[in-house]
Design a protein around this ligand. Structure first.
Ligand SMILES: Nc1ncnc2c1ncn2[C@@H]1O[C@H](COP(=O)(O)OP(=O)(O)OP(=O)(O)O)[C@@H](O)[C@H]1O
Length: 244
């Protein structure tokens, strides 16, 4: 594996008295695409929120770019290069597409010389429909277009690692295809990406490696090309039975 960007070891976390993550080992290398799969309630969103500092690390270690980030708050982590596209998008209603995108500039990472900078122009090249809709308030957009704004907003923070939580939820297959087509362009800039995806086949196709979670634990990890459908099914449900 190439140089490590994010490294979690024996990570435990959750909500107040409720433990939702148990001894998680999770790695992302620079520029890598990783998929995180698991049933509803497995702990995928909780892991993402813990990685970006929205929930506390209860025990274990967490490093990003070689730095201990276990106690860093979300706004500091954003400036370090960690960005989350949250489940449900959470756009700023009443603001235009462009204003939603510009909001991220306030907590963006300072880009190093030679690195690609995500500008509005580059984003509009990635999602041309957003250029057409730039002056519209986001409520007027379709679900797929809103998802593009959510991804675009995260990219404007100039992340080294982009965490995408269920970006295909509720979208038509054609639109999902359009959104997932952005992954190679994002990776080409050197940004690593982790996607939470319910469609396991899609996850396997677009990621180098897969992690599967069940009841707050990682139950399977490996190269997408090496993992069989049967192994994923077992890790996903904890029992041997067939899906879809
Ligand atoms: N705000 C919260 N307070 C307390 N417990 C929570 C909270 N949010 C989630 N949980 C619990 O944490 C566990 C993991 O939930 P999480 O949302 O991380 O799962 P998930 O894999 O992302 O599932 P989904 O696909 O449904 O979002 C579940 O038992 C859930 O009920």
């Amino acid at each position: 594996m190439s140089e490590m960007l994010l490294k979690a070891r024996a990570l435990c976390g959750g909500y107040r008295d409720f433990q939702a993550l148990f001894s998680i080992d999770f790695d992302v290398a620079k520029g890598e695409a990783v998929a995180l799969v698991g049933a509803n309630g497995a702990g995928k969103s909780t892991l993402f929120k813990t990685l970006v500092g929205l929930l506390p690390v209860k025990s274990g270690t967490l490093t990003f770019n070689g730095r201990d980030i276990a106690a860093m708050p979300a706004h500091t982590l954003s400036r370090q290069g960690l960005a989350l596209v949250p489940e449900g998008r959470r756009l700023f209603k009443g603001l235009t597409v462009e204003d939603n995108l510009r909001v991220a500039l306030d907590h963006a990472r300072t880009v190093e010389p030679g690195e690609t900078v995500w500008t509005l122009e580059r984003l509009y090249d990635l999602f041309p429909i957003l250029a057409e809709r730039r002056r519209q308030v986001v409520e007027k957009l379709s679900g797929g277009q809103q998802q593009m704004v959510a991804i675009g907003r995260a990219l404007m923070a100039q992340p080294k690692l982009l965490l995408c939580d269920e970006i295909s939820l509720g979208l038509a297959p054609k639109v999902i295809g359009e959104i997932y087509a952005m992954i190679p362009s994002i990776r080409a800039t050197g940004t690593a990406i982790v996607i939470v995806e319910q469609d396991v086949s899609l996850a396997q196709r677009c990621a180098d490696r897969i992690y599967c979670m069940l009841e707050g634990r990682i139950t399977l990890t490996g190269a997408s090309s090496d993992i069989s459908r049967e192994q994923i099914t077992e890790a996903y449900f904890g029992v041997k039975h067939a899906v879809g």
